[in-house]
Ligand binder design. Structure first.
Ligand SMILES: Cc1cc2nc3c(=O)[nH]c(=O)nc-3n(C[C@H](O)[C@H](O)[C@H](O)COP(=O)(O)OP(=O)(O)OC[C@H]3O[C@@H](n4cnc5c(N)ncnc54)[C@H](O)[C@@H]3O)c2cc1C
Length: 379
């Protein structure tokens, strides 16, 4: 398998790195303020990166998941909060809309996403359905011209700013995943409320949604019952972008630790001259490189589609746990300077903790991998 980047991909990665470096200048302030980084989202739109995976007919560049992975690593390296803010636009939400939404909704929403004017969210998790996403209880009752939505969602990224929410809900009486489909709900829809938002350990905000007999017209129904499998296939792309965010945080923390080890002196020598730290840094490098290869393999094989479930699960599990290890070790290289609130490595460690939970926990990824190894025909 050839991972030689094309000249266009190299240029795009360079651009993303430059923009990521700009974000990095203000990342600590953005995180401490708890606000949504609109200026960074607009900057990504201005340089043409926000519509990277959106088809050209809606103003995007029709890039692949591999392109998105390259860009996401660089954004996360600069600013974790911005990477989480751009996840809906670069990730599965815009892909789901591009594939499953009605033509009018696509024409209205996707060009606004490309311009950084519209933020997308995906709402799966509920108080009683976290890892067990196939058992969501939010119901879509059929009525004339559409469905009425009842239920609530929790831990929804970008809930306080998004204007279109892709909501997983239950159609008909089929139990478990078979009954699950999805609808698009616009923010100003009567009966739809964002009831609260809380700041996480990493600095982004997650919100709660409430649907009180909320009417959703037929042209906003994305998939009805039996659509869960297709929606989760799309979600494998999100898992790789989650992994790419972890990769960016780990690479950024490693770079910081290497620079610090070169300049900090103790016992009349550079930290970089102590064998214990040299091997620690070498192991961190091995970890980062291995994660990048797993992510790139899964993304490259996806082509213009969605990645293989096993490959995405392997890449996500490794990258999630790698990022916790590497950012934690980077903090150790800094000593107390790394432990100070707001330092790069302190923020990277807190941000990296998201990956092993969001997008399906590492335990759930291991269940998927084990299912492939142990239960599938031919295994
Ligand atoms: C930063 C962040 C952003 C998020 N954004 C969104 C979003 O935009 N939209 C959305 O819908 N959700 C979002 N979530 C929620 C996320 O999808 C859930 O947190 C995740 O699916 C796990 O659900 P839970 O937290 O309820 O944990 P639970 O499902 O209650 O799990 C608790 C623990 O038990 C383990 N566990 C559960 N079942 C099994 C099993 N079968 N085998 C082994 N271990 C198991 C889990 O791995 C975990 O360690 C976000 C979460 C975070 C942290």
């Amino acid at each position: 398998m050839d991972f030689e980047l094309t000249p266009e991909q190299r240029a795009m990665r360079e651009l993303a790195r430059r923009v990521g470096d700009e974000f990095r200048e203000r990342a600590a302030e953005v995180e401490a303020s708890g606000r949504f980084p609109w200026e960074n989202i607009r900057r990504l739109a201005d340089v043409g990166l926000l519509g990277l995976t959106i088809p050209p007919e809606y103003g995007g560049t029709g890039g692949s998941l591999f392109d998105a992975v390259l860009v996401m690593e660089e954004i996360a390296r600069g600013c974790y909060v911005t990477a989480m803010a751009a996840l809906g636009e670069l990730g599965v939400q815009s892909q789901i809309l591009a594939r499953f939404a009605d033509a009018d909704l696509k024409r209205r929403v996707l060009p606004r996403v490309v311009r950084g004017e519209s933020i997308l969210a995906i709402a799966i998790s509920e108080p009683e359905a976290g890892s067990d996403a196939g058992h969501v209880a939010t119901r879509a009752e059929p009525v004339a011209g559409g469905v009425r939505l009842r239920g609530n969602k929790i831990y929804i990224s970008r809930a306080d700013v998004a204007d279109v929410f892709i909501v997983y809900c239950r159609f008909g009486d089929a139990p478990g995943p078979r009954g699950v489909g999805a609808v698009a709900v616009e923010r100003d829809t009567p009966g739809f409320f964002v009831t609260s938002c809380d700041t996480t350990m990493g600095g982004e905000r997650l919100g709660q949604l409430f649907f009180d007999d909320c009417f959703v017209p037929d042209d906003h129904v994305l998939v009805r019952e039996n659509g869960f499998r297709r929606m989760m296939e799309a979600f494998n792309g999100q898992r790789l972008l989650n992994a790419a965010i972890c990769l960016g945080l780990a690479q950024g923390a490693l770079d910081e630790a290497v620079a610090y080890a070169r300049r900090r002196r103790q016992f009349d020598r550079r930290l970089a001259d102590f064998q214990g730290l040299r091997w620690m840094l070498a192991d961190m490098h091995v970890d980062v490189e291995a994660a990048r290869l797993l992510i790139w393999r899964a993304a490259a094989r996806a082509g213009q589609g969605f990645p293989d479930v096993r490959e995405a699960a392997v890449a996500k599990t490794f990258a999630n746990e790698m990022a916790i290890r590497v950012t934690n070790q980077a903090l150790q290289v800094f000593g107390a300077a790394g432990y100070m609130r707001g330092s790069y490595v302190e923020r990277a460690l807190r941000g990296a903790r998201f990956g092993a939970i969001g997008g399906g926990t590492v335990q759930i990824q291991r269940n998927l991998i084990a299912h492939h190894l142990l239960d599938e025909p031919g295994s």
